[in-house]
Design a protein. Structure first.
Length: 327
C-alpha cells in the first residue's frame, strides 16, 4: 500500500472549532491575507473612504493646492483686517507727493493724487475678495437650484430653462456690464455682484443640470424611488451629494474670473467708482502715467494677477482631486 502523503491526510483539511463545527484552513489562510483596518484601502475602522475623504487626502499632498491656499488665506486675512499690514488711510492723499517713487514708509510710492499705493493695494484686496466670494455664492446657489430642478424633473421646465440659458449665453459680458451698470450711481460692490449673478448663473445651471441627470440614473436613486422615497428626499439625500462636485470645481475656477471681471468693469468706469478702493480703479487711473510713473500700474496689476492666478490654481487642484477619471 503506497505511503499516504501529508497533503492527502483528511484530518489536515479541516480544524475543529469550539462550537463543534469545522473551519476550512484555506479560508483561515485567506483571511490572514486581508489588509488590517486603517490600511490604504479603507478608513480608520476598515471602511472604504468616500469621494470627499479621498479628495481631501489628494489635496493635502498637492503643492499647487498648498501654495494657492496660502495665498488665498493671506488675501482673506488682509481683506478682513487690512490694518494689520497697512496703518494708513487709503483715501488720505498729498498732491505734493504725486507720482513720487518708493520712500521710507511708502514702499510702493504714490499715485497721481498723492495717495499711498501700498495702502490702496492692500485695501483693494477687500473689494476683490468680497466681489469674488459673494458673486460665486450667489451664482452657485441660483444656478444649482434652477439647473438641479430642471435636470431632475425634466419636461417643460427643462426646455424653458435651456432656452433661457441660451439667451443669456448670447449676451457679451462686458457689453452687458456697460449697459446694466451705466445707469447705476451707487459706488458700493452690490450692483457689481448683482450683475455678475445675473449673467453668471446660466453656466452653473447647465453644469448642475447635466450632473443631476447623470446622478438620477444611478441604481441607488432608482432603488430609493422604488422604496417610495419622496422627490425632496432623493434630491437632498441621494442626488445632491453625488452631483455637487462638478459645481464646486466650476465655481472655484469662476471665482477668479469674477474678480477680473470686476476689475475690468471698474477700469472701464462702470463698475466701482471713487471713493471706493479697487484695483481696477487704480489701474485705470495709472494707465495715463505708465511712462512717467510705472509703479502706479505695476503693484495693483500685479496684485490682481496673483489673486486671479491663485483662485484658478485652487480650482485646478480641486478639479484634479474630485475627478474620478484622473485617479
Amino acid at each position: 500500500m503506497p505511503e499516504q502523503q501529508p497533503w492527502e491526510d483528511p484530518s489536515g483539511a479541516v480544524a475543529g472549532t469550539g462550537a463543534g463545527g469545522a473551519t476550512d484552513l484555506a479560508m483561515e489562510e485567506g483571511g490572514s491575507l486581508e489588509k488590517p483596518p486603517g490600511g490604504d484601502e479603507g478608513g480608520p475602522a476598515g471602511k472604504p473612504r468616500s469621494l470627499w475623504s479621498d479628495a481631501w487626502r489628494d489635496l493635502r499632498r498637492n503643492p499647487v493646492f498648498i501654495i494657492s491656499g496660502l495665498i488665498i488665506l493671506f488675501l482673506v486675512v488682509i481683506s478682513v483686517w487690512p490694518s494689520l499690514i497697512a496703518s494708513q488711510d487709503p483715501l488720505s492723499c498729498d498732491l505734493g507727493k504725486a507720482q513720487e517713487g518708493s520712500q521710507p514708509g511708502h514702499p510702493f510710492g504714490f499715485d497721481g493724487q498723492g495717495c499711498d499705493v501700498y495702502t490702496r493695494t492692500v485695501y483693494g484686496a477687500r473689494t476683490s475678495v468680497t466681489v469674488g466670494v459673494c458673486a460665486t455664492l450667489g451664482v452657485s446657489l441660483l444656478g444649482s437650484v434652477l439647473g438641479g430642478l430642471a435636470g431632475f424633473f425634466g419636461g417643460a421646465w427643462d426646455a424653458v430653462l435651456s432656452r433661457i440659458t441660451d439667451v443669456f449665453f448670447g449676451i457679451p459680458v462686458v457689453l452687458g456690464g456697460l449697459v446694466f451698470l451705466s445707469v447705476v450711481t451707487s459706488s458700493t460692490v452690490w450692483p457689481v455682484i448683482g450683475f455678475i449673478v445675473l449673467l453668471g448663473w446660466p453656466q452653473i445651471a447647465r453644469i448642475a443640470r447635466g450632473s443631476v441627470i447623470t446622478a438620477k440614473q444611478n441604481d441607488y436613486v432608482q432603488a430609493a424611488r422604488a422604496l417610495g422615497a419622496s422627490n425632496t428626499r432623493m434630491l437632498l439625500r441621494h442626488i445632491t451629494p453625488n452631483a455637487i462636485a462638478p459645481v464646486i470645481v466650476v465655481a472655484t475656477i469662476a471665482l477668479g474670473t469674477y474678480i477680473s471681471l470686476e476689475a475690468t468693469l471698474s477700469f472701464l468706469g462702470v463698475g466701482l467708482k471713487p471713493p471706493a478702493v479697487s484695483w481696477g480703479i487704480d489701474i485705470s487711473a495709472a494707465s495715463q502715467y505708465i511712462r512717467n510713473a510705472p509703479h502706479m500700474l505695476l503693484w495693483p496689476a500685479g496684485a490682481l494677477a496673483i489673486t486671479v492666478l491663485a483662485f484658478i490654481m485652487l480650482g485646478d487642484a480641486v478639479r484634479d482631486a474630485l475627478d474620478p477619471k484622473l485617479r
